[in-house]
Design a protein around this ligand. Structure first.
Ligand code: PMP
Length: 373
């Protein structure tokens, strides 16, 4: 009897030990709030004192640069991966692909690792070398392709789409058309609403994929029908025309719906010349145009007066916040998005030498906002 009890116990223990070792070796998916995903979202709101004082409004920025990947795109990457897992299209060991030179690649590479997946990023070979280096450091497989228009099969978005089609375990993230992007930002809107106890009169931001403005406008309008949603659009983008006149008239549109020419503006990540599936979900009340000079002056102004070191789209969003605050008048509470920090822009937007070469060196000083038209 003793022999049977001892050998039975040993057998149970060894089965348990083998199972424990197996699960220890397997990459573990991160569905809990205690893992990386718990660091994404729930970002603080910062009251931008200088802009609030001068406009006599309350102006707030959602500090998205505090996400672990350093940008607003962490929310989108997480939601895309979560939805792909939930639908069974992606599993541990699977591959997620995207074509991007921007923050989405960084966010996807990080989130993929937390979920035990691989990540493939196609990016144009004129993208800054640090970007490729960073993506490689984050464990992504990268492919650099020559910069061609979106209609060309070698465009980085098409390369990423093709790569996913060739591999059964792969999913194309497709941030422009995948509505997981829009859904990720419903919570951005909810956070803004609860952080201000519902005291929000207006929200404004620029649009790249359109996910942010679509998600935030939907959740805020659901809470308060008359909340004002504004769009700030950089040079070369067709969205201002789309919102104000119903069509995109620009040169690029006439040339056949290709993406914004990257040389049209210094701002990165915003501005586009086609209406994406995500942008179509947005409800927008007014649109404003911002110039590169305004964005550059704003970045210098916020550094000087508030200690806020911002990227180009965040600075343009703050230009938009001032424009909508002026349009609505004193006493309103306006919220915008601080998409990323200046650290990621040290070679261009936050580089005085580069700005000088572009004829965009900041001219203003002090606390006036005269630089905004
Ligand atoms: N800022 C940065 C830095 C971005 O990468 C993007 C996304 N392309 C945006 C702003 C625009 O946000 P959305 O794609 O949600 O319109």
């Amino acid at each position: 009897t003793t022999f049977l009890v001892v050998s039975g116990t040993c057998a149970v223990l060894s089965v348990g030990l083998i199972a424990a070792l197996r699960s220890w070796q397997r990459p573990v998916r991160d569905p809990t709030a205690m893992g990386l995903s718990g660091l994404i979202g729930n970002t603080p709101l910062v009251r931008i004192a200088s802009l609030s004082t001068v406009t006599r409004c309350e102006i707030y920025g959602k500090a998205e640069m505090l996400n672990p990947g350093g940008s607003v795109k962490d929310r989108v990457a997480l939601r895309i991966v979560q939805e792909a897992f939930a639908s069974g299209r992606l599993a541990i060991g699977g591959l997620i692909t995207e074509g991007t030179a921007g923050s989405t690649g960084i966010s996807l590479a990080m989130v993929a690792k937390a979920y035990g997946c691989r990540c493939f990023i196609a990016l144009p070979d004129d993208a800054a070398a640090e970007k490729a280096q960073l993506l490689t450091a984050l464990g992504a497989e990268i492919q650099r392709v020559r910069p061609v228009s979106i209609s060309h099969p070698d465009h980085f978005v098409n390369v990423a789409r093709r790569r996913a089609a060739e591999d059964d375990s792969a999913v194309f993230a497709d941030q422009f058309e995948n509505l997981a992007n829009f859904r990720a930002h419903l919570s951005t809107g909810e956070e803004i609403w609860s952080q201000l106890d519902g005291n929000v009169d207006a929200f404004i931001c620029g649009a790249g994929t359109g996910g942010t403005i679509a998600g935030v406008s939907s959740s805020l309008k659901r809470r308060k029908r008359h909340v004002h949603i504004g769009l700030i659009d950089p040079p070369g983008s067709g969205l201002y025309n789309k919102v104000t006149r119903g069509v995109m008239y620009t040169r690029q549109e006439a040339e056949g719906k290709r993406l914004r020419n990257p040389f049209d503006t210094i701002t990165e990540g915003i501005g586009i010349n086609r209406e994406t599936a995500n942008f179509k979900q947005a409800t927008i009340d007014s649109a404003f145009q911002g110039t590169d000079q305004e964005a550059v002056e704003m970045a210098a102004y916020l550094m000087r007066n508030d200690g806020l070191f911002l990227g180009s789209s965040a600075a343009m969003n703050c230009v938009g916040a001032v424009k909508v605050a002026r349009a609505l008048g004193p006493g309103n509470t306006v919220v915008t998005i601080l998409c990323d920090g200046g650290q990621r822009h040290l070679s261009k937007f936050q580089n005085p030498k580069y700005l000088q070469q572009q004829g965009l060196a900041p001219q203003q000083s002090g606390r006036h906002l005269d630089f905004i038209a």
